[in-house]
Design a protein. Structure first.
Length: 104
C-alpha cells in the first residue's frame, strides 16, 4: 500500500510561521533544524500512517484526527484512502483550546 503525505495550506502556513519565528529569535540554522525535524517526522507516516494518537480536542469533526509529536509540536493529520493529510502543526506550549480553532 503506497501512502502519500499531503500538506494543507494551513499546515504549510504554520511551518512558515515556525521558521520565521526561530529565524528571528535564534538563527536561520536553528529555524531550518526545527522545520526539518518536523518534516522528517511526517515521513514516518508514509510507512505507518496509523502511528498517531487520536486528537481528543477535535473529536466533533467529520474526520478522525490523529497526531504525532516532534519536540514541542503536535503534527495533526487525518488518514483516508492511502492519503495522509497534514492539517496543522500546533505548538504544545500554547493554550490547548486553540486546537479547536484548527481549520483545513
Amino acid at each position: 500500500m503506497e501512502v502519500k503525505v499531503l500538506w494543507s495550506d494551513t499546515a504549510i502556513s504554520k511551518i512558515q510561521e515556525i521558521f520565521d519565528y526561530y529565524e528571528f529569535k535564534a538563527s536561520t540554522t536553528v529555524a531550518k533544524k526545527i522545520v526539518k525535524g518536523i518534516v522528517k517526522k511526517t515521513l514516518l507516516l508514509e510507512s505507518n500512517p496509523l502511528i498517531g494518537v487520536k486528537e481528543p480536542l477535535i473529536t466533533d469533526r467529520p474526520f478522525e484526527y490523529l497526531f504525532i509529536l516532534e519536540n514541542n509540536y503536535k503534527i495533526i493529520y487525518r488518514f483516508n484512502s492511502n492519503i495522509v493529510r497534514i492539517v496543522s502543526v500546533f505548538d504544545c506550549r500554547k493554550n490547548p483550546k486553540k486546537i479547536e480553532k484548527i481549520k483545513e
